[in-house]
Write a protein that binds this ligand. Structure first.
Ligand SMILES: [Fe+2]
Length: 313
């Protein structure tokens, strides 16, 4: 018998329409663009790719798509971006968004400098707003030559997932799963956290029910393997960056993690060994994990000061 505080998040309508969709970039508003850009260069190896109108900086890993846009302003999330590499994925997504009554606009072509032509056509992108008011970019394939560099000691491999802060996980799931086309990989049994996939990774997007509607909970870069964590923790320490949480291992996703903060206070995760979904045709029921600290951190349940679960802390 299910307990009254148990919430089952459904996979309605469009679930699974996206299977080759990955995070591509993130836009952060920060009070000190130059200082934050210097930090991202020194700590994560991201290099300037372009000056943005109004005093922003675009950062990437040299060859290929940009990863972080830093925009001047009070600290906050400006936008998140996803590369939709599914065949006809963007056109079908536009149809689903419009069909569900969501306003869709064209993405500024300046965002698509590093995008690849699709079937001989032009790179394209869409902008929409999720139920919490977050701005979301979806665009066609981008050049990813700057990722997957072998020198993992000095920079992560890639930007891998984003976790949004929300006061209404079911409404966000209804949008991202029911309309956009993610699938649910796992949830907390109280419905206050959901991990969503759009490719083989256990999650490219997660929804954290923090009670705060809109904005970032954290975002994450991939490291190659466990062995990298010690050199990264040493390197963060050398750079006077506190390892704020971890090392640990999450239950949902089974990924290793450490966290630190950027100068604007964004929680940045370094992660490895995320669970993979190699065959999406396999019957799989999203697991409903107990909302206790040891779910979020299997290694003893130590949590960051900003992380809460509804049972156990
Ligand atoms: Fe994460």
């Amino acid at each position: 018998m299910s307990r009254p505080d148990r919430v089952i998040l459904d996979e309605p309508d469009a679930a699974g329409a996206l299977r080759r969709t990955a995070t591509s970039h993130i836009g952060l508003r920060v009070p000190d663009v130059a200082g934050t850009a210097e930090f991202y260069g020194r700590v994560l190896g991201l290099v300037p790719q372009a000056e943005l109108p109004g005093g922003g900086q675009r950062l990437g890993w040299g060859v290929g798509h940009h990863v972080v846009d830093l925009l001047p302003g009070p600290a906050g999330l400006d936008h998140i971006g996803f590369e939709v590499a599914d065949p006809d994925g963007l056109a079908a997504l536009e149809k689903r968004l419009r069909g569900a009554g969501h306003a869709v606009t064209e993405l500024d072509p300046a965002h698509l400098d590093d995008a690849l032509p699709v079937d001989g056509g032009q790179p394209r992108g869409l902008v929409c707003t999720d139920p919490d008011g977050n701005t979301v970019h979806f665009h066609t394939a981008v050049r990813r030559a700057g990722e997957h560099a072998a020198d993992t000691g000095r920079r992560p491999i890639k930007y891998q997932h984003v976790t949004l802060s929300t006061a209404d996980v079911p409404a966000m799931v209804a949008f991202y799963v029911g309309v956009v086309g993610f699938r649910i990989s796992d949830q907390l049994a109280d419905g206050r956290f959901a991990w969503l996939r759009s490719n083989r990774d256990h999650h490219t997007l997660a929804l954290a029910g923090t009670g705060r509607s809109g904005g970032l909970d954290h975002y994450s870069y991939d490291l190659a393997e466990w062995e990298d964590f010690k050199s990264w923790c040493d390197r963060l320490t050398e750079q006077d960056v506190d390892v704020a949480w971890g090392p640990g291992r999450h239950g949902p996703g089974n990924n290793l993690f450490v966290f630190f903060d950027d100068p604007a206070g964004n929680h940045v995760e370094l992660s490895a060994e995320m669970e993979k979904f190699h065959d999406d045709r396999v019957t799989y029921t999203p697991r409903r994990w107990d909302p206790v600290p040891t779910t979020i951190n299997l290694w003893g349940g130590q949590l960051a000061s900003w992380r809460r679960t509804s049972e156990g802390n």
